[in-house]
Design a binder for this molecule. Structure first.
Ligand SMILES: [Zn+2]
Length: 207
């Protein structure tokens, strides 16, 4: 087995939808793509918490299947269209006029495809008041269902986040996005150890 030369993927976005964009990054002047191959995609979805290992396990046995190759291609294309959307709307609040953006239509169309049903289940951490709860299930039965998980988190971001606080890291060549959920909304960096310290060092040299 060859060792993966990539560092661990970035999960710094405070939203899996933004971390999808962060699955391409250039942390140290080398460009990495954590969705490079269909197998990478499955690994990333599990690492991001968007799929369980047992859900994607059937696709791992044959990573060369055309359905998985198609899903991989569709998700990479979705990622870049979603990036263009986020670039256009970050830093301001969304309005109902944004419903006219083709990305909203695309996400809605993907969400319509997904199988979805409710199930009663035992609450994971049962308390006296609610030992049973209602679980919202979107099973993954084919590789084509994988993109539904991405569309779901994208839809959550669009409907729940204040886009005023969706930002690009201030690192000069950094492309990473995050939702600034800090109390004072003063977050500037993807991660202190990636861009923050570098900016501090540069400021120190300039003094
Ligand atoms: Zn950065």
């Amino acid at each position: 087995m060859t060792q993966d030369p990539r560092p661990a993927p970035f999960f710094i976005g405070e939203s899996p939808a933004l971390d999808v964009l962060n699955s391409v990054a250039m942390p140290r002047s080398v460009l990495y793509d954590w969705l490079d191959t269909p197998a990478d995609l499955l690994d990333w979805l599990v690492a991001a918490g968007l799929a369980q290992d047992h859900e994607v396990a059937p696709f791992r046995t044959d990573p060369a299947t055309p359905e998985l190759a198609q899903a991989h291609q569709d998700i990479r294309a979705f990622r870049e269209r979603f990036r263009a959307f986020i670039e256009g709307v970050s830093g301001r609040e969304l309005t109902q006029a944004d419903m006219g953006h083709p990305m909203i239509g695309e996400i809605n169309a993907i969400l319509m495809r997904g199988t979805r049903f409710l199930q009663i289940e035992a609450t994971a951490e049962p308390d006296a008041t609610r030992p049973l709860s209602l679980a919202d299930r979107h099973p993954i039965t084919t590789p084509g269902d994988l993109i539904v998980r991405l569309a779901t988190v994208a839809a959550r971001l669009i409907t729940e986040a204040n886009f005023h606080y969706v930002r690009n890291c201030e690192g000069p060549s950094c492309t990473l996005y995050f939702l600034d959920i800090s109390k004072n909304h003063k977050r500037r960096w993807c991660a202190m150890e990636v861009c923050g310290n570098r900016a501090k060092a540069a400021a120190y040299r300039n003094r």
